[in-house]
Design a protein around this ligand. Structure first.
Ligand SMILES: *Cc1c(COP(=O)(O)O)cnc(C)c1O
Length: 391
């Protein structure tokens, strides 16, 4: 029992509300104060199921709490015909690939070279091969949409059929590059292939319209970008895709087959809902968020041998930093690469992966200007303290 008791009080050695957290996968998922309260209210198991309609028992039909309305409001917000909340973005991709394969056949999906690993796993689990569209050279790693044309033709040549689907990662997790979705959508549609936009890093933090961008399916991650607890994923669809992706089960016709009936039943869904008004407002402040990221990038580049990779000026909050300067310190420091983590933590800043100095990622999303300035000062101070030149 002693061994088990350590699970009863799980605490960190830092208080989240006292520090600046720069972890890029965490910034967009920090709960709104409303969500933090609501999840306690609905923390028990199937707590949203009190008023499940007896004749059509299904999560998205529940009116109390207003899950049915939420699904519709979420669709309006994303400019889609319908939405479903699933466990994670990767599940939304898996479901889309699976149902498109069942409906259209094909053996390949075409995806961008910067796609998240989970895109490849989703395809693999569906028995689909992946053809990637290469990205350009450093330091910007730009994606040329025309590459989709080439990749689709290659699939046609090699397999004798068109790909099952085309997927683009709206903003990739490695460099935080924002991609030209509309142009890729047009290429996919010229071939009659459904276009999936993986908006894990965009929808929920910046304005995104499924219809404007020409998507058939949009996937996103609640715990990444919607101020929601894990696990929450978003699947947004056009009417045409609803017919394919949300087909009813033959066994239980009221249930949607690919969702295995009801999806996320409790606190995570409630948290996503409670943060929704906050999310609707915050996407309006996107330009300011981008300004903070670009400003910090320029400040970090004052450290000798430091460069922020990816598109410049920045169009997104994720920064990929390459720093030969900080790496020089790590080489001679007793704590090796961990020195950076410790130096930052002393200054009330966390979220850079411990041990990394040469390449690391960070995000300023949702921080105040004062906090962003504090981050810049901390990095410059640390560099100077160890004798690395700053300009
Ligand atoms: C973080 C991320 C994911 C994973 O999201 P989950 O909701 O955890 O599945 C998928 N795609 C991209 C582009 C991401 O950045």
């Amino acid at each position: 029992m002693d061994r088990l008791q350590r699970y009863q009080a799980l605490v960190r050695d830092w208080a989240p509300w006292k520090v600046i957290n720069l972890n890029p996968i965490q910034r967009g998922g920090i709960l709104s104060p409303e969500a933090r309260k609501a999840i306690v209210e609905y923390a028990d198991g199937y707590s949203v199921c009190d008023w499940c309609p007896p004749k059509t028992p299904r999560l998205d039909r529940i009116e109390r709490p207003p899950i049915h309305d939420f699904y519709n409001d979420l669709a309006t917000f994303l400019d889609a015909d319908a939405t479903r909340v699933v466990t994670r973005c990767r599940e939304a991709k898996f479901i889309s690939f699976l149902m498109l394969k069942r409906a259209r056949g094909g053996r390949y999906v075409v995806v961008d070279g910067l796609a998240h690993y989970s895109t490849f796993l989703a395809a693999e689990l569906c028995g689909l091969q992946v053809k990637t569209v290469p990205v350009g050279p450093e330091p910007e790693f730009r994606l040329d949409p025309e590459g989709y044309h080439t990749a689709i033709e290659a699939v046609r040549r090699e397999s004798g059929e068109l790909p099952t689907a085309v997927l683009l990662t709206h903003v990739d997790p490695t460099y935080g590059n924002l991609q030209p979705a509309r142009e890729v959508a047009k290429i996919a549609h010229d071939y009659g292939i459904p276009f999936i936009l993986n908006a894990a890093y965009t929808a929920g933090v910046m304005p995104v319209s499924l219809r404007d961008l020409g998507c058939d399916i949009l996937t996103s991650s609640g715990h990444k970008s919607w101020a929601a607890p894990a696990p929450t994923g978003i699947l947004a669809l056009t009417e045409e895709m609803v017919r394919i992706v949300l087909q009813p089960s033959q066994h239980s016709p009221v249930k949607e087959l690919a969702l295995l009936g009801c999806t996320v039943p409790g606190a995570p869904l409630i948290g996503l809902m409670a943060s929704f008004p906050h999310v609707v407002q915050r996407v309006q402040r996107w330009e300011e968020e981008v300004k903070k990221a670009e400003w910090l990038a320029q400040q970090l580049e004052r450290i000798e041998g430091t460069r922020v990779l990816g598109q410049r000026p920045r169009q997104h909050h994720v920064l990929h930093v390459r720093s030969e300067g900080l790496h020089q310190i790590a080489k001679r420091h007793r704590k090796r690469g961990y020195f950076l983590y410790h130096e930052l933590k002393k200054r009330g800043i966390v979220g850079i992966q411990p041990g990394l100095t040469r390449h690391f990622k960070l995000s300023t999303y949702g921080l105040s200007w004062e906090e962003v300035r504090k981050v810049a000062t901390a990095f410059l101070e640390i560099a100077e303290q160890y004798g690395i030149r700053t300009t």
